[in-house]
Ligand binder design. Structure first.
Ligand code: SAH
Length: 459
């Protein structure tokens, strides 16, 4: 006979609970008979009375009715909009504690998932001024009470919360969003309506070079029509003199993906440039680029130091984006191979190699797992492999091909400790020793955890 296990909690029930952990979206986690309840604005160590709002198979959501015991690390001027929208879901936790939390997140997954409790994780490298760091904003546009509004969605919903101060974004980007919003209102642009798939302007994206201050504005529209766009563009450029690129991205489909495939340059270049370690990079609208520039330099520096490169080394930069890691280290080594699946990123990467006059690097477009296999079959001899995969981590075929190539070192940059730990376990089984893990805080005020791990091949 099949037995169905009943949820230990029901909607609208109240519980007194102690918060044990935080999710990567910044919810406090409490447990009732082992069943997790995710609670907004609740910090580890706090005792709260919670009301259960929503019950699912695996977990429930609750809200705080009252705090019975507050964390000594709570910063008391919390802004509920930043918490509710998930813009800065941890800003109510003192920054030094955020850094410790991230270190312990990594330690925990190595113990729980990889069964490697012996792994020692270094203290997180933080920012001196952990605010206004984002060089990119992707702002949804909706109509509220008949008015075109910009802001951010409430977590796990598509309800727009109007915002002007986004706290963690470059202040010039915040200002640009408001300026563009006013121009869109003036020209009576219709905001996108998701339910009916009507209206036009879906998102405003702004990117600003941290060092160059060049600004790109992307208007993501449902239809190709953008009435009076020449006049709009003129006004944007007149109000925001830093703008060197305005792009219309056309996205007719009903999906959560922000960008469509078709693009029109309305003004200037199809990219902006910025620098990292003094090298120049072309960044186009569709390409991935790290959002926290100063911490990216610390992240790459850590990765490069871990590698202890020599002039004879042949290096692979896998998941290379616009080539930033490979180009940052190319002058220290004999040859670099980059691989990345986004075509626009590879186009940028090739331009970037030329712009920086670096000749000992080549790039291939494709899935890292296939290209790695091809390189292995071609018997390329490799000394050091850098990987920087998305949240889902490394593909098993990628690991297989990499191990076959027998690099002396593997440097793993990870934005998700859970998949890092999973992959570390496989790598350990295949003869790669985990030497050290360095978390670097790329996303202050959020629960995202980035880290660099050094693996060396056992003799
Ligand atoms: N190293 C770069 C980019 C890291 S982000 C930097 O620091 O800027 C991860 C990149 O992996 C993205 O550019 C994404 O397009 C790419 N990507 C995702 N899955 C991939 C796959 N299976 N094969 C190759 N590239 C992939």
């Amino acid at each position: 006979m099949k037995t169905t296990k009943l949820c230990p909690v029901q909607k609208n029930e109240k519980y007194v609970v102690t918060i044990e952990d935080l999710t990567y979206e910044g919810f406090g986690v409490a447990k009732v008979e082992g069943y997790p309840i995710f609670i907004e604005n609740a910090l580890p160590g706090e005792e709260v009375e919670t009301l259960v709002l929503k019950v699912g198979k695996q977990f429930a959501f609750g809200k705080v009715l009252q705090f019975l015991e507050k964390s000594e690390h709570r910063v008391d001027d919390e802004n509920m909009q930043w918490i509710r929208t998930g813009i800065a879901p941890l800003h109510h936790l003192a920054y030094p504690e955020q850094l410790k939390f991230k270190q312990s997140q990594v330690e925990n997954v190595f113990t729980r998932i990889a069964k490697m409790p012996e792994v020692s994780v270094l203290p997180t490298i933080g920012m001196e001024e952990p605010r206004a760091y984002r060089n990119k904003a992707q702002i949804p546009v909706r109509s509220l009470e008949g008015k075109l509004e910009t802001g951010f969605f409430r977590k796990n919903s598509h309800d727009l919360v109007p915002l002007e101060d986004y706290y963690i974004q470059d202040k010039e980007i915040d200002r640009a969003i408001t300026v563009v919003r006013e121009i869109m209102r003036k020209f009576q642009v219709k905001a996108y309506n998701e339910q009916e798939n009507t209206g036009n302007l879906r998102h405003i994206i702004v990117r600003r070079g941290h060092y160059t201050h060049q600004m790109m504005i992307v208007l993501v529209t449902r239809t190709p029509k953008l009435f009076q766009y020449e006049k709009m563009v003129k006004e944007i450029v007149a109000s925001l003199p830093e703008v060197t690129s305005i792009i219309q991205n056309i996205h007719p489909e009903r999906t959560n993906v922000i960008l469509g495939k078709e693009e029109k340059v309305l003004y200037g270049e199809p990219y902006i440039t910025d620098t990292l370690f003094g090298k120049v990079y072309h960044i186009s609208a569709q390409s991935f680029y790290q959002v926290n520039t100063s911490q990216t330099e610390k992240l790459y520096q850590t990765a490069i130091e871990f590698a202890k490169l020599t002039p004879e080394d042949v290096v692979i930069d896998a998941y290379c984006g616009i080539g930033t890691i490979g180009l940052s280290l190319a002058e220290k080594v004999k040859q670099v191979y980059g691989v990345e699946m986004a075509k626009s990123a590879i186009r940028d990467a090739k331009l970037n190699a030329m712009a920086n006059e670096i000749e000992n690097i080549s790039f291939e477009t494709g899935k890292a797992e296939y290209v790695m296999k091809k390189w292995q079959e071609e018997a390329i001899s490799v000394d050091v492999v850098f990987v920087d995969p998305p949240r889902k981590g490394l593909d098993p075929h990628f690991i297989e091909a990499t191990v076959e190539m027998k690099p002396k070192k593997l440097i793993y940059i990870s934005c998700n400790p859970a998949t890092l730990a999973r992959d570390a376990k496989i790598l350990a089984e295949k003869g790669y020793k985990l030497e050290k893990v360095q978390p670097v805080d790329m996303f202050p005020q959020t629960a995202h955890v980035e880290s660099v791990t050094l693996f060396t091949r056992k003799k």
